[in-house]
Design a binder for this molecule. Structure first.
Ligand code: ZN
Length: 503
């Protein structure tokens, strides 16, 4: 049950009396080809229980084998977060019984994580940054997915049937845990959102995950406690689980601040528990929080320790790209565009796509025009994100090149791009198959002009008599006859020349 809005403390009153302390735990699924400890494909959206084997189903006698690519991704995440990389560390078994985990334990890193002691300087809307300290980033395997049927909420309580899909069981995860985030005051909800946004952008820039919060490949648990202003001791925290959008991160933190303040103001104590986040903006109690002792951790005997050598770590360090928000600042300067234009491109998710198109040889103006206008429109029509449109920056750059070379008009180029989006192949292929090449042969255009002038002798006479604006009708007829594949400016030149006018 939610606390009624009337019982929540007014936000300004929360800030006057209390200091919020946050802690963020973000799980990210790595986009490796295969799972963490077996060769099953790591893919979202397959038929249930089709991506499974004895290892990830926890069948007796099966043995895990560590995925080296997942370890490299975890190290790169650690390096990007300015962490120290542990030269040696063991996996542990985290024991618990739950039907989404067929082994009855999860292989995780407990007290020997791959990456420790880092930080992320999080950019805020006002142009300043806030440093969030990272306690650790560790590797573990994901659980399967349960679907509960028969209850109103889709949760287990009241359900009549539960379905288990183990496709996700054993998918590599990295969990990134912050140190307590203090000193934010009233900006706590904003900083929580900004941190998760920055982390998402960072991970996307590393190419280690598709970071889709809507599909669960990035999941955020937000911890929050309040302490009286000036107090040294932290209050009791709650952990709001699986907050699944950036906006919700902000909403969940704000709600918990107001709810906990109400509990404390009434002389009560905050219960240490996990809480569920509801899309309409409140949290409700889940289970009381387990402690580490409950999990009976012990070192995983079936796996060797992870011991990345210094050379590997240095090689991976060379692959860490510039921070995406710094890259954007530099890009904005390179492209010489206003804050507003840049913001539109960022909001459309177009910056990286435009940059990639430029790297394939297109001008930034042309690349921006295609991604920022025509393709955004196509994405909106299909109700998908720009980046999942079935066209690559290389293909857009190829279309730009065809326009620059005079082989396509902008109008024909739009049709070529539509063909690429429809799965008709590469731009050149679409152009050939659809017969979209711009007519470069003046004799073809000339023949169409002669036909048009003969068909409209009165118009032809007007042009010959000096009314050159009448040429539009002939140009239109020629464009129609050539199905738009002629260059209209060239047609106009030839029409005027045919009628003895210089234009
Ligand atoms: Zn498997």
């Amino acid at each position: 049950m939610s606390v009624a809005t009337a019982e929540l403390v007014d936000y300004d009153d929360v800030i006057a009396a209390y200091e919020p302390v946050m802690g963020m735990e973000v799980h990210v699924e790595l986009s490796t080809a295969t799972k963490m400890f077996c060769g099953c494909a790591n893919r979202f959206g397959a038929e249930p229980n089709t991506l499974v084997c004895p290892v990830c189903l926890g069948l007796p006698g099966s043995l895990p084998v560590l995925n080296g690519a997942a370890v490299e991704s975890a190290i790169r995440i650690g390096l990007a977060l300015n962490c120290d990389i542990a030269p040696w560390g063991r996996f542990a078994r985290k024991n618990y019984f739950y039907p989404d985990q067929p082994k009855n334990y999860q292989i995780s890193q407990y007290d020997e994580p791959i990456a420790v002691n880092g930080y992320l300087d999080v950019p805020l809307d006002d142009g300043t940054t806030f440093r969030v300290e990272i306690e650790r980033a560790h590797m573990e395997e994901d659980t399967g997915k349960l679907t509960h049927l028969g209850s109103d909420t889709g949760r287990i309580s009241g359900a009549t049937t539960s379905l288990a899909d183990f496709n996700r069981a054993g998918v590599p995860l990295v969990e990134i845990v912050t140190r307590p985030i203090e000193g934010t005051g009233a900006r706590a909800p904003e900083i929580a959102r900004a941190y998760v946004t920055a982390l998402r952008d960072l991970l996307r820039g590393l190419g280690v995950s598709d970071v889709r919060m809507d599909q669960g490949s990035m999941r955020c648990d937000s911890n929050l406690s309040l302490k009286p202003v000036g107090a040294a001791e932290f209050g009791t925290r709650t952990e709001t689980k699986n907050v699944n959008s950036l906006k919700s991160v902000e909403v969940a933190v704000r709600y918990e601040m107001r709810r906990q303040a109400a509990v404390l103001n009434a002389g009560g104590t905050v219960t240490q528990e996990t809480r569920h986040f509801h899309e309409d903006g409140y949290t409700s109690p889940g289970r009381s929080k387990e402690t580490a002792e409950d999990y009976r951790y012990f070192p995983e005997p079936d796996l060797e320790p992870v011991a990345p050598d210094a050379e590997l770590v240095e090689r991976l360090r060379q692959t860490i790209p510039e921070l995406p928000w710094l890259a954007r600042k530099r890009i904005q300067q390179d492209w010489a565009i206003s804050d507003e234009v840049m913001r539109d491109l960022v909001n459309a998710g177009a910056v990286e796509l435009v940059a990639a198109t430029v790297s394939h040889g297109a001008s930034s103006e042309a690349a921006r025009a295609w991604w920022g206008n025509f393709l955004v429109q196509k994405a909106n029509e299909s109700e998908v994100e720009l980046e999942v449109l079935p066209i690559t920056p290389a293909q857009v750059a190829a279309v730009v090149k065809l326009v620059d070379e005079g082989k396509l008009s902008n109008k024909l180029a739009r049709q070529v791009i539509e063909g690429v989006l429809a799965g008709e192949g590469e731009p050149e292929q679409v152009m050939a198959d659809r017969g979209l090449a711009l007519v470069r042969d003046d004799s073809v255009i000339q023949a169409a002009i002669d036909t048009a002038l003969e068909a409209q002798p009165d118009v032809a006479d007007k042009i010959r008599g000096g009314k050159i604006q009448a040429a539009g009708a002939i140009v239109g007829a020629v464009m129609k006859a050539t199905k738009g594949s002629a260059d209209a400016a060239r047609v106009r030149e030839l029409v005027l020349a045919a009628c003895g006018q210089s234009g």
